[in-house]
Design a protein around this ligand. Structure first.
Ligand code: DON
Length: 569
């Protein structure tokens, strides 16, 4: 018995443990709805609780901008790896009367940043410095952005728009398996960059259904709700950010925070066939690059080809390598560098870059940036919202890498971004997304780093037709491009267009990246025999989109690849 008892006890404990974990796994059902057809309005974003939060504002009579502000703050709670107040983003707006606007709340290089700050004495790029710890952070823009969006377009009181996020942070929300895996995998690196205990790290591994509560973040959001931008860029939180920077090798100062401004910009707008494209201008490359891609393929009857066929993929890849070469040379923050916007968007320039479809893959080393006409002085998580009044908002927002710089502001409860890695730290040397750049995107104090974020609205017949965008670094633009043409050229429904496999080429490296187990082997062999190099990888992008169906209904589509969700009526 003396031997048997411990044995039985062990068996008992083991079976209890099994039961509890099985129970918690069975009991927990994530409320994620991937696709929903609605009549009036809705929100699609990276987390279903944030989608519900945004939708609650629409149900209260708020407009799409109000709901977008709520969704952004709710994502700061329920999507800590990417939704943020320690980061920045872009918002593209189309009002029901056809007016458009674009808000730039991108992070900005601190005033003491220098061009060579990530190079050692021999001129080598030290990429870990631009990716981890306080030195990797730009001055965050999200809070200024939301306050600015509210001042210009909001209809409900700001404090009401932040309230759902405060509740989610105080009461917590059940995390998914994917979130649990990510938090468990990142535990050591988050611990390495933080002095204080943080809400994201616990002793035992996270499990699906565990509640993530963030009391520090709830207190920060309460200060923002009460005091607007001063609740973040001045006082207690500003001081906490600067203290955290000092402790982690960062250089953001109180003055940098006080000086931060969100900026209204003129959206990139153009026509692709009879579709009006409205997207983000610099400091994002998204709008210009998307417009160039669409205009390049417009010449070649993509609609007569089949989605994922050799001809369609070859054409799209050849377009991609040319426009990404332009991106690397000509695009940067237009407040600091004379981006030749008109030249880059000129149809005859775009068509001349690829007058015919090359028979074989053009090696990228033979493709150089073009010479658009110069005109002086011109210049990670996406969510989509539409309201019952006909307004539409596309927002993409980021802290750059998973959990940003990994640094959580002590007492503030939020991750700081590592957006400085989006600058070109050294000409021709790739960043974490393999993107290379040049003078246009060199670091300078107060400058905004070039982005690929592509919040986009497509309009037709005087109404919005699609509202979309994606995270995914350099693959954002191609994910948006493919989703658009999947509908307009290949006749797919919104949900088919989002679910379809994705591929990506960005000029350098000279490789087509494809999602695993999606593409037909005979198509891949035919592309290889044309000279293309193909590499499989995991999921590309996370397109959260809204479509107007041919019957005039509203199709809310969350990317099925992840935990994203929809809410609407
Ligand atoms: O602004 C950009 O282009 C990047 N910082 C976006 C990062 C991103 O999408 C990461 N998400 N997977």
């Amino acid at each position: 018995m003396r031997i048997i008892l411990p044995f039985i006890l062990t068996l008992f404990l083991f079976s209890c443990k099994q039961n509890t974990s099985e129970k918690s796994q069975k009991a927990y059902v994530h409320p994620s709805v991937k696709t929903k057809i609605v009549d009036k309005a809705g929100v699609v974003c990276a987390n279903p609780y944030a989608a519900e939060a945004g939708n609650s504002i629409l149900l209260k009579g708020g407009n799409a901008i109000d709901a977008a502000i709520t969704t952004q703050f709710a994502l700061a709670v329920t999507f800590p790896l990417g939704g943020n107040i320690g980061g920045g983003g872009f918002m593209v707006i189309r009002l029901n009367d056809g007016q458009t606007d674009a808000l730039d709340y991108r992070e900005m290089a601190p005033s003491s940043a220098t061009k060579d700050m990530y190079l050692d004495a021999q001129g080598n790029f030290l990429d870990s410095l631009s990716r981890y710890g306080g030195f990797a952070s730009g001055v965050p823009g999200s809070v200024a952005g939301m306050v600015e969006a509210h001042a210009k377009y909001g209809s409900l009181p700001f404090v009401d728009l932040v309230a759902p996020a405060i509740k989610l942070a105080q009461e917590g929300y059940p995390i998914t398996q994917l979130e649990a895996n990510r938090l468990n995998k990142s535990k050591r690196i988050i611990q390495a960059f933080n002095r204080a205990p943080v809400a994201f790290v616990k002793e035992h591994p996270w499990q699906a259904g565990d509640t993530l509560r963030q009391p520090d973040l709830a207190a920060t959001l309460t200060l923002i709700a009460q005091n607007g931008r001063d609740g973040f860029y001045k006082g207690k939180i500003a001081q906490a950010i600067v203290d955290e920077m000092k402790a982690t090798n960062g250089i953001i100062s109180l003055q940098d925070l006080a000086d931060y401004k969100a900026i209204w910009r003129k959206p990139v707008q153009g026509y692709y066939r009879d579709y009006q494209v409205i997207s983000m201008p610099p400091p994002s490359s998204g709008g210009v690059t998307l417009m160039q891609l669409l205009e390049t393929v417009e010449n070649f009857n993509l609609d007569t080809m089949k989605m994922h066929s050799v001809d369609a993929m070859h054409l799209m890849v050849e377009a991609e390598r040319r426009v990404y070469a332009d991106r690397a040379t000509h695009l940067g923050d237009s407040d600091f560098y004379p981006v030749p916007m008109e030249g880059l968007l000129d149809s005859s320039y775009i068509h001349a870059r690829m007058p015919t479809i090359p028979a074989r893959a053009t090696p990228s080393q033979e493709v150089k940036a073009g010479h658009p006409k110069e005109k002086e002085h011109e210049q990670t998580t996406h969510f989509s919202v539409v309201d019952p009044f006909g307004n539409a908002v596309a927002t993409t927002t980021t802290i750059n890498s998973l959990y940003g710089s990994k640094v959580v502001v002590k007492g503030g409860g939020f991750f700081m971004n590592n957006e400085m890695d989006d600058f070109s730290a050294k000409p021709g040397v790739p960043n974490q997304f393999g993107l290379i750049g040049n003078e246009a995107n060199a670091i300078a104090p107060g400058k905004r780093m070039l982005s690929s974020m592509t919040p986009t609205i497509i309009a037709k017949d005087g109404k919005w037709l699609m509202v979309l965008g994606s995270p995914g670094g350099s693959t954002i633009i191609t994910s948006v491009f493919q989703t658009v043409v999947n509908v307009t050229e290949f006749g797919k429904s919104g949900s088919e267009a989002v679910a379809a496999g994705r591929f990506h080429h960005q000029w350098r490296p000279d490789t087509i990246f494809i999602e695993k187990n999606v593409f037909n082997n005979s198509v891949l062999d035919a592309l290889r025999s044309k000279g293309h190099v193909i590499v499989e990888r995991s999921n590309i992008g996370a397109v959260d989109a809204i479509f107007r169906t041919p019957k005039g209904k509203i199709e809310l589509v969350a990317d099925p690849r992840w935990d994203d969700g929809v809410a609407g009526e």
